[in-house]
Design a protein around this ligand. Structure first.
Ligand code: SF4
Length: 61
């Protein structure tokens, strides 16, 4: 499972990094995924962070 962030769409609100600190991090005004491959036990956290994104910039698949 991977999380892909559309940097063009990201508005830098920081929500994903707040709710899923193990998965997302802010670098400047854009979010980045911290992990290349998301483990099963972190899948819910990754999805939760994606769900919080107000512009749907995160695709977890
Ligand atoms: S929640 Fe969405 S818009 Fe906000 S920082 Fe994360 S990716 Fe960017």
């Amino acid at each position: 499972m991977k999380a892909v962030i559309d940097k063009e769409a990201c508005i830098g609100c920081g929500l994903c990094a707040q709710v899923a600190q193990d998965i997302y991090e802010m670098q400047g005004d854009k979010a980045v995924a911290l992990v290349e491959e998301i483990s099963e036990d972190k899948a819910e956290e990754a999805k939760n962070g994606a769900d919080q994104c107000p512009v749907s910039a995160i695709i977890v698949s």
